[in-house]
Write a protein that binds this ligand. Structure first.
Ligand code: NAD
Ligand code: TYD
Length: 357
């Protein structure tokens, strides 16, 4: 069967990387990207693939049922990889509405549209809908708690996490009730190329390059389990092609790092690799700022299931992945400089004003 993939959110960070991965790894497949090009979407991430006809790009909202129905039919879609979302916890605290609209209602619309399309085709057993989610749905770990796994109870604590948890429940319910061939993945924090500079790692790198303060929330002791985005793409590839519908897969890097340690690693790499910096050593830019409300202390993933059942393993250590990420931001200013818009500046200003107060 020739696979016809719909990748939602493909102008964003992870789905953009996945689109590059898929065109290289599976050149016989056809790919359509659907993206609303919100502030976080950047056509430049996949422009070479669009411009050379390797993929089709549709500018639109996953919540637009007529658009999605037409796209599924016109492109004879057999596989959906759903990553479009509002993804930033801080924005979900100041403006949760968009998170419910896209992450909950948008996912509902996509599931319903795919269900109708799948039924009309006679319910093929080899079609797939992969719903991509986060470990944040599981809540927060204490230092001695075991990592999250597929049987961990849901306990979302931010508006972002709650909206993703709701969408995970919808995805599983559509599989259980209607038999739709849905899979769910829950992954830890990603980093790497094409990451929008509001998230900790790209924000730190760009602030160092511009000589601006590096905001560390609270005392910097919060822990995240970092996974290089290419490793996540390989995991999604395995799940889509070899995973069992109805099953959930947790994905993580086995790379738990406290935020302050991570920022120190980034500062050291920038001091080593960046030829010119406004402030050196970079760690002089670190500022401890008011903590994020409800800030989850620790996330960590036990990825045994995907390792044992699907033969996936993370390949990139955090030391290597951070070095590659720093080098990418140093050599791809053309990608990130246009993102430093008036909207971006006013967002950062509001964050700093609120947190430094
Ligand atoms: P991102 O914010 O970089 O990209 C999201 C993309 O979705 C953007 O291109 C945006 O334009 C698009 N989009 C937003 N609303 C849309 C809508 N209504 N219709 C169509 N397109 C829309 O996000 P990301 O960090 O790449 O995350 C992608 C997915 O992976 C999300 O579902 C997120 O929950 C999940 N995830 C992210 C991480 C992480 O560390 N970033 C970890 C685990 C899971
Ligand atoms: P982030 O990249 O926003 O991812 P998430 O909240 O989804 O884990 O944040 C990663 C960690 O870094 C999180 O503990 C919050 C913290 N953080 C800072 O200390 N300073 C910042 O400027 C940002 C954006 C995040």
């Amino acid at each position: 069967m020739t696979r016809h993939l719909l990748i939602t959110g493909g102008a964003g960070f992870i789905a953009g990387n996945l689109t590059h991965h898929w065109t290289a790894a599976h050149p016989g497949d056809r790919i359509v990207v659907l993206d609303a090009l919100t502030y976080a979407g950047n056509r430049a991430t996949i422009a070479p693939l669009i411009d050379f006809g390797r993929i089709s790009f549709v500018h639109g909202d996953i919540g637009d049922r007529a658009l999605v129905d037409g796209l599924l039919a016109d492109h004879a879609i057999t596989h959906v990889v759903h990553l479009a979302a509002e993804s930033h916890v801080d924005r979900s605290i100041t403006g949760p509405g968009a998170f419910l609209a896209t992450n909950v209602n948008g996912t509902f619309t996509l599931l319903e549209a795919f269900r109708a399309h799948w039924l009309a085709a006679g319910s093929p057993t080899d079609w797939r809908f992969l719903h991509v989610s986060t470990d944040e749905v599981f809540g927060s770990l204490e230092p001695d708690d075991p990592p999250f796994c597929e049987t961990t109870a849901y306990s979302p604590r931010s508006p972002y996490a709650a909206s993703k948890a709701a969408s995970d429940h919808l995805a599983r319910a559509w599989q259980h009730t209607y038999g739709l061939p849905v899979l769910v993945s829950n992954c830890s924090n990603n980093y790497g190329p094409y990451h929008f500079p509001e998230k900790l790692i790209p924000l730190t790198l760009i602030n160092i390059l511009l000589g601006r303060p590096i905001p560390v929330y609270g005392d910097g002791s919060n822990v995240r389990d970092w996974l290089f985005v290419e490793d996540h793409c390989h995991a999604l590839d395995r799940i889509l092609l070899a995973g069992e519908p109805g099953r959930t897969y947790c994905i993580g890097g086995c790379n738990e790092v406290a935020n302050l340690d991570l920022v120190h690693m980034l500062c050291a790499l920038m001091d080593e690799l960046a030829p010119e910096l406004p402030v050196r050593p970079s760690r002089e830019l670190i500022r401890f700022v008011t903590d994020r409300p409800g800030h989850d202390q620790r996330y960590a993933i036990d990825a045994s299931r995907i390792c044992e059942e699907l033969g996936w393993q993370p390949q990139v250590t955090v030391q290597e992945g951070l070095r590659r990420t720093v080098q990418w931001y140093l050599t791809n200013r053309d990608w990130w400089q246009p993102l430093l818009s008036a909207e971006y500046a006013s967002y950062l200003e509001s964050q700093y004003a609120a947190r430094l107060a």
